[in-house]
Ligand binder design. Sequence first.
Ligand code: HEC
Ligand code: HEC
Ligand code: HEC
Ligand code: HEC
Length: 554
Amino acid sequence: MTNNIFLNSVRTFWIYTTASFCLILAICVLSFQFGLFQQVFAQEPKSKEPVAIASTTPVPKGLSKWEKPDLAIILTAQQHGYLLPCGCSRPQVGGLERRYNFVQALKTNGWNITAVDLGDLSQKQGPVSLPNEQGLIKYRYAMNAQKKIGYSAVGFGEYETALPLFNALAEYALNEPSPRVVAANLLERDKEFPDQVAAWHKMEIQGTDIKVGVTSVVSPNVAEKIKDPRVKFGPSKSALDSVLKEMNQQNMQLRLLLYQGVLNRSPKGEPVTEALKASQTFPEFQILMCLSEEDEPSANPVVVNHENKNQSLIIRMGTKGKYVGILGVYKTGNPTQPFKFRYTIEQMSEDYLTPESAKKNHPVMELMESYAKELKNENYLSRFGQARHPVQVSAPNSNPTYVGSEKCKKCHESAYDVWKKSPHSHAYQTLVDAKEPSLRQYDPECIVCHTVGFGYQSGFSTFEKSPLLINVGCESCHGPSSEHVKKPNDESWYKLINPWKSSAMETPADKESRLGRVDQFCQKCHDIDNDVTWTNKGFERKWPKVAHPNPAAE
Ligand code: HEC
Ligand code: HEC
Ligand code: HEC
Ligand code: HEC
């Protein structure tokens, strides 16, 4: 079967998507690009209204120019544990709730929809330096949310096998056939994981008779990184040959390959072994989705021209679930070229926030609330061990502990006043007050930056056990200070609790490098995800708001 790809439409939508993406990130965008946006889309009024999921819902803006496709396939990948929008400060992007709203908006407009995910649903590591205690539970909630959204199939890769895979499948696929977990080249599939992983999946899609088959393979480069002893992969070639044979027997017209590998890697001139090669070797798959090495997705698919003049599209979706890909499938009526495609990506921006009227019984919001409740009920906070803080490591004979910010007040009144007025002093309350979902003060992945010393010996563990260590306190930055409180004049502690002290002889260059170290330190919490406002001289703007030099030194 042959297909013709409308290159022009791909190009058009690439321009569109780039422009709208830039608008959202207007702060960091060149005025040239902004001008481009205005030029191309000046006539189009920009809708600020969130997309309501009622019958009056408009088709999401990126798709409003599209003729309604016979089938639309939503493509996602590499969510890496971001069930919720990524980060703390606005604008936040992503999250499964918005993805649901987006898909729902299309469905209410009568679109026939299905969705597939490449895998790497949960995270591989915990945040900051925490262990990955929450990977498994997040996997289950992510799969449940995908079911509510209407996914038919999902692959898996390095991240799921780190859970390890057996546990991940026991969390979900053991009891739930949908979305179907697929992996064509997983060895001993039926013996090790009976009924939990299929070689490929024939999609049942409401409203269309288009026959779609989806499969997945794990590339040699990804397989090499997998340490799970029960998980071994055979060569893709033989696995896909037999899948294709079955797909042909069952008359699949559209064939999708979820490729757990990057687009192209040819180390030291060796032949390419990754997705590009797979697409060239298996022209029968019109659509391939492979791993993205960047956070942001590429808006235009890679078009692969086959020797027989057919083409395939390779799609990459970026990471953290910030975007979804939308593949429009149009029947041509021509049996040798049965489909045309259109492709675009859409950022899960605040346009897809759930409107007030749709919050009641919202299936994904309910799931997120249950997730938060489960963390509380299962007491995830207590599952984390306590490592030794660098100050504790450096002082092996005295073992300093955390004492809380109130202890510092009497001797460091002015520093205390600065701190008390800063948002650091109520960072815990911020979590208590959070809604949708609530109960964030029981989520270790939030607590770690909103309290003192979580994950370190004698640091915050639970509110009951360590009520004095809530909020970002003095010791969040200075480290455990019990010994200094006991012996305030013992100068040997000073450099341990203040490694950023200026020397009397400090040159401007010294000062710059010292403040550079402070900046780096702040970014342990004010990282790119949790404080998108840190870039562009964030430190210069924010340090003066919390700086607390000794009054005597001024
Ligand atoms: C009993 C009084 C006292 C208490 C309580 C106290 N300090 Fe100090 N602290 C001092 C003195 C005295 C110094 C040395 C003079 C100075 O730098 O203010 C000092 C210095 C410091 C320095 C600067 C070290 C340097 O030389 O750069 C830091 C940081 C510090 N204290 C943090 C804390 C923290 C955090 C707490 C609470 C956990 C605390 N202190 C509690 C008396 C105290
Ligand atoms: C232990 C984690 C942590 C560290 C380290 C940290 N912060 Fe924060 N910071 C937070 C949290 C959490 C908030 C949000 C508090 C709230 O509103 O609940 C915050 C808020 C702020 C705010 C107010 C909001 C804003 O962005 O304007 C400033 C200013 C700030 N931090 C500056 C700094 C500076 C400067 C440093 C480094 C010297 C630093 N922080 C280090 C966690 C941290
Ligand atoms: C890596 C550290 C880190 C983690 C993990 C973290 N936060 Fe934050 N949080 C921050 C910082 C830093 C700020 C201040 C950001 C700013 O000023 O823009 C902040 C601010 C906030 C704010 C206030 C935002 C505002 O605009 O006032 C909320 C709410 C919040 N965090 C909730 C959460 C929740 C919920 C989680 C867990 C899902 C979480 N945080 C995990 C570092 C973190
Ligand atoms: C967000 C991180 C942060 C928090 C919170 C914080 N400090 Fe500091 N503190 C620093 C840094 C960084 C320096 C060194 C900067 C400098 O000297 O320019 C410092 C310096 C100091 C100094 C030495 C000042 C001087 O002029 O030599 C003292 C004393 C101190 N802090 C005490 C405290 C106390 C007490 C609290 C809590 C009430 C506190 N700090 C909270 C980051 C923090």
